[in-house]
Design a protein around this ligand. Structure first.
Ligand code: ATP
Ligand code: MG
Length: 415
């Protein structure tokens, strides 16, 4: 199956936003073994969108178009697809029902414009929205297909994996199953990763065509993902191959692996704490609640997360957490903060952060100077410096994930 990607939006042409959607779609296609042969960007103009779609359909088996499904007059993707299909737009009862529900849930009044999102080209099927309002579309054109996805990245990604990839794979001529698994790593650079896995690459190469493939996806402060893709004759067989490859990769990468597929740093920490029946508390200074925010994003976090304080002012660190050390940006102080949080919240494990986010130095220490402290009710506390750099925001975000990673490693046992 060959696919092309069409990103719609005048703002893309003006350079106001970067077309990350096409990149995301391309990654998904590559992992699913679908050849992506062209990517284009087009403005909010119905004739030009239709022209591009028509040309893409002439070359490829599938076209994935993103953006322009919104409620406003410049959202023209539906109309353009209808032109290409040579049909009109009709109201889709299910789409309209879901739209009404979405608006009711948000206590918002649905304007006539919003109703536009409930119209689809005749012959198209909707992809139900789970996050926003605009439904996606699956539009058959002869033996080929146009998929239309919303421009909002989260919504797009969700529909891509739930609806588009399965539909695409059902269109393949062979009945091979292509499946992939993501091994998530943190604290290791891409070149080192490649070095460590080079022997495994060679082994897979020797197996010849059809062997599992390994790709790296850099995810910024979230680390680097190793994506393993296999091709097999059944789901069962694919799973066996993936299990095998996951085992091989994690054996090589060891503690640098923090999760598989949907797992996040914080969900892994939650599982580890839950399985040992322990609870967590936080004391955050320069991360200002970023760690807490990540933790409460994990469903069921209330079973293992007691709470946290944003102890920003030095006096608060002293009064609330009993910090005695003079310099509050120090290993000693962060250890005291962790110990203080442990007692304050009656938790079994506590993490604390302190540091200088910048842009100006503090206590004579340059931006990026930071410490993480971890305290255990049964075995005392320790602290270590974090190596952070970049803008204020980056230092805060990187500080939060670095502290979480340190905690994970400590709970898993080891450094
Ligand atoms: P909505 O229903 O929210 O209006 P839509 O399908 O009309 O969605 P757009 O209006 O084109 O999509 O885009 C919505 C938002 O998604 C934009 O504000 C933009 O930030 C983001 N977005 C759109 N296209 C892209 C793209 N190609 N890459 C990254 N982000 C995008
Ligand atoms: Mg829009």
């Amino acid at each position: 199956v060959r696919a092309e990607i069409v990103a719609v939006g005048t703002e893309l042409l003006l350079g106001q936003i970067v077309d990350t959607n096409s990149t995301r779609i391309a990654e998904d296609l590559a992992a699913a073994g679908v050849d992506c042969t062209l990517q284009v960007r087009v403005g909010d103009n119905v004739e030009r969108i239709a022209e591009v779609l028509q040309a893409s359909l002439g070359r490829a088996d599938a076209v994935i178009v993103c953006g322009g499904l919104g409620p406003t007059q410049d959202d023209l993707t539906r109309e353009a697809i209808a032109l290409v299909m040579g049909v009109g737009l009709v109201e889709d009862a299910r789409a309209m029902e879901l739209l009404e529900q979405a608006f009711a849930q948000r206590h918002r009044v649905m304007s006539p414009n919003n109703r536009r999102q409930g119209f689809v080209p005749v012959g198209a099927r909707i992809i139900e929205q789970r996050l926003g309002t605009a439904p996606g579309l699956i539009c058959p054109v002869g033996a080929k297909v146009i998929y239309a996805l919303p421009g909002v990245p989260d919504e797009l990604e969700e529909m891509m994996s739930r609806a588009v990839l399965p539909d695409l794979s059902s269109r393949r001529d062979d009945d091979a199953v292509i499946a992939s698994r993501i091994v998530k790593t943190w604290g290791i650079g891409e070149s080192r990763l490649a070095e460590l896995l080079s022997e495994r690459f060679d082994e897979l190469d020797k197996k010849g065509p059809g062997a599992p493939t390994i790709a790296f996806l850099a995810r910024g402060i979230e680390g680097i993902q190793v994506r393993v893709t296999v091709k097999a004759s059944s789901n069962e067989a694919a799973r066996t191959l993936l299990d095998e490859e996951e085992k091989a990769v994690t054996a090589i990468l060891g503690k640098d692996v923090f999760g598989i597929d949907e797992e996040t740093m914080e969900s892994r920490i939650g599982s580890l704490l839950l399985s040992s029946g322990r609870t967590l508390a936080l004391a955050e200074s320069f991360t200002g609640g970023l760690i807490a925010a990540r933790i409460v994003a994990v469903p069921g976090a209330s079973r293992w997360f007691r709470g946290g304080v944003v102890s920003y002012a030095s006096e608060v660190k002293r009064a609330l957490l009993k910090v005695a050390e003079d310099s509050v940006v120090s290993a000693t102080a962060v250890g005291e903060m962790a110990q203080g949080a442990l007692e304050l919240f009656g938790a079994d494990v506590a993490v604390a952060t302190t540091g200088v986010a910048g842009p100006d130095p503090d206590e004579g220490q340059p931006p990026g100077t930071a410490f993480v402290g971890i305290a255990f009710a049964d075995s005392g506390f320790d602290a270590a410096p974090l190596e952070l750099f970049g803008t204020r925001n980056r230092i805060r975000e990187l500080g939060a994930i670095s502290a979480l990673d340190r905690l994970r490693r400590r709970i898993e046992g080891g450094s």
